[in-house]
Design a protein around this ligand. Structure first.
Ligand code: ASC
Length: 150
């Protein structure tokens, strides 16, 4: 079994677990901030690589896009556990804590968009990838508009 297949086979389970808002233990608030920023950085890196393909700036290599979409889907589940009480900081707006239901909904919209992008990428159909990429980017922006400091 190829490594990528093994990862994909486990992604659905992880997404289900990740959907809950259980807060991981961090020693210090800075550790939580570093954790969530790192997850966003890795996710954004793979998302940008897909973006280059979608915009025609990089050749369409199905395996590469599939790998990057799997990374996006996986990483999309991770940051949320690091927004626990008392972890204000970084570019996080205080609304994350004062309007947590809206933040949770925005995070779930993005995670579901990332699942769709991953499905499209595994199918290898570029038109579907383009559509799903657009929807995922919109879900990033949606959350940034409300919850990330400019
Ligand atoms: C990216 C990236 C984001 C989103 C967002 C989409 O490539 O790093 O945060 O797309 O800009 O609007």
């Amino acid at each position: 079994m190829k490594l990528q297949k093994i990862v994909l086979a486990t992604t659905a389970t992880v997404l289900t677990i990740g959907a809950g808002f259980a807060f991981a233990q961090f020693q210090k608030p800075e550790d939580a901030i570093k954790y969530r920023q790192s997850a966003f950085t890795v996710m954004g890196n793979s998302f940008s690589k897909i973006g280059a393909v979608v915009r025609g700036e990089a050749p369409f290599n199905k395996d590469e896009v599939a790998k990057n979409a799997a990374i996006v889907a996986m990483m999309s589940t991770l940051p949320w556990q690091a927004f626990g009480p008392g972890t204000e900081g970084g570019k996080a707006e205080s609304d994350i804590w004062s309007n947590s239901a809206k933040f949770k909904a925005a995070s779930e919209r993005m995670q579901l968009a990332a699942v769709d992008l991953n499905k499209a990428a595994q199918s290898g159909d570029l038109d579907s990838i383009k559509k799903a990429f657009g929807a995922t980017g919109a879900s990033c922006k949606n959350c940034h508009d409300d919850f990330r400091k400019k």
